[in-house]
Design a protein around this ligand. Structure first.
Ligand code: NAD
Ligand code: MG
Length: 339
């Protein structure tokens, strides 16, 4: 598989463009700031009137417009509003306002792949999807690095859609880490699977289940928090830096033997079979259908699940313990007042 770097991209393409970034959340703030720091000639931010993000974007020095206004006159529109609002946003603010032959970009293939957005045929439809949270995309760029990104082309009206996608990817810093070309389908399915089974869903449940097991057995919640959540980062850092063997090398022989013999009882045949079912629900569009329905009814399950987690002891204990470790806060990625 070919991996592209800065030298393979012509960053001058996107630098000469007027780029409208719709949304100034996790990805939006990262793209807008990285593009501007890379010398893109105009970066405008599009937000709904009264959006809570407007003050953050203005404080960072961006001109903020209503979405349709931001789109008018832009050469490239990067859609970084939440996936569930994008179809309406396309219909109301993009379809009639993006210039003939413009480029329409996404950071996730969800709406295009599942047919929820059908873009005008004169447009380039591209994806630049960083393989990391938006806050990391910004922090890594600011530190001189970048987050690896996928690019994909759904529509190539200009016959230079790929060059534009590569150029954009380089301008947000991805060319420093590696850019891989994929398809909207492959990005969407693997991304949904990863976040559901491993990264967000799997990991959060693993940490909570471990915490609950220790607390229910009578151990102090503080001990359980340090063991099952805090230490996760140290382990993940070792894997990130040098792979799984690097982690086994660093931990004790006791941990290595115990982990190698017991880990397979946690992630067992049943877990693997469930992973396959989760992947199949994604591939068949069942998950997309469920998520669209959830949002049409005002996201009742999502709100209830957020409330339940907020009341979980692991959150309260964690907040108290982190307050005693101010250095965590000092180098934090998320500052809700700014990004
Ligand atoms: P977010 O929820 O953090 O931010 C959304 C932003 O859009 C906010 O500024 C919000 O005010 C604004 N917004 C909401 N409704 C709007 C509307 N109707 N018009 C204009 N702006 C509106 O979103 P996010 O997590 O950054 O996700 C944005 C896109 O990036 C999604 O397609 C997502 O799948 C993709 N993505 C996100 C991440 C991530 O790290 N969060 C990683 C890869 C890809
Ligand atoms: Mg992802």
């Amino acid at each position: 598989m070919q991996v592209y770097y800065e030298k393979d991209a012509d960053i001058s393409l996107v630098k000469a463009m007027s780029v409208a970034v719709l949304g100034y959340g996790s990805q939006g703030h990262a793209h807008a700031n990285n593009l501007r720091d890379s010398g893109v000639s105009e970066v405008r931010v599009g937000l709904r009137p009264g959006s809570g993000s407007a003050a953050k974007a203005e404080a960072a020095g961006f001109s903020v417009y209503e979405p349709a206004q931001a789109v008018s006159g832009a050469d490239l529109v990067m859609v970084l509003a939440p996936d569930e609002v994008q179809p309406a946003l396309y219909k109301d603010a993009i379809a009639a306002h993006l210039k003939e032959g413009g480029a329409l970009a996404f950071a996730h293939g969800f709406n295009v792949h599942f047919g929820l957005i059908e873009a005008r045929s004169d447009l380039d439809v591209i994806m630049i999807a960083p393989k990391g949270p938006g806050h990391t995309v910004r922090a890594t760029y600011a530190a001189g690095g970048g987050v690896p990104s996928l690019i994909a082309i759904a529509q190539d009206a200009s016959e230079r859609a790929r060059d534009i996608a590569l150029s954009y990817a380089a301008a947000i810093g991805a060319g420093r880490a590696g850019i891989i070309q994929t398809t909207f389908r492959e990005e969407t399915e693997t991304d949904l699977f990863g976040e559901q089974a491993v990264l967000c869903g799997g990991l959060a449940e693993l940490a909570q289940a471990g915490f609950d097991t220790l607390v229910e057995a009578g151990y102090a919640p503080e001990m359980a928090y340090f063991e099952c959540l805090h230490e996760l980062k140290l382990i993940v850092d070792l894997m990130y830096e040098g792979g799984i063997a690097n982690m086994w090398y660093s931990v004790s022989n006791t941990a290595e033997y115990g982990g190698l013999t017991r880990g397979k009882r946690i992630i067992n045949d049943e877990t693997r079979a469930e992973m396959k079912r989760i992947l199949s629900e994604i591939q068949k569009g069942k998950f997309a259908h469920e998520f669209v329905g959830e949002n049409l009814t005002g996201a009742p399950h999502m709100k209830a699940m957020r409330r339940i987690l907020a009341e979980d002891p692991i959150e309260a204990v964690g907040e108290r313990l982190r307050a005693m470790m101010p250095w965590i806060r000092e180098s934090r990625l998320v500052d809700r007042s700014k990004n």
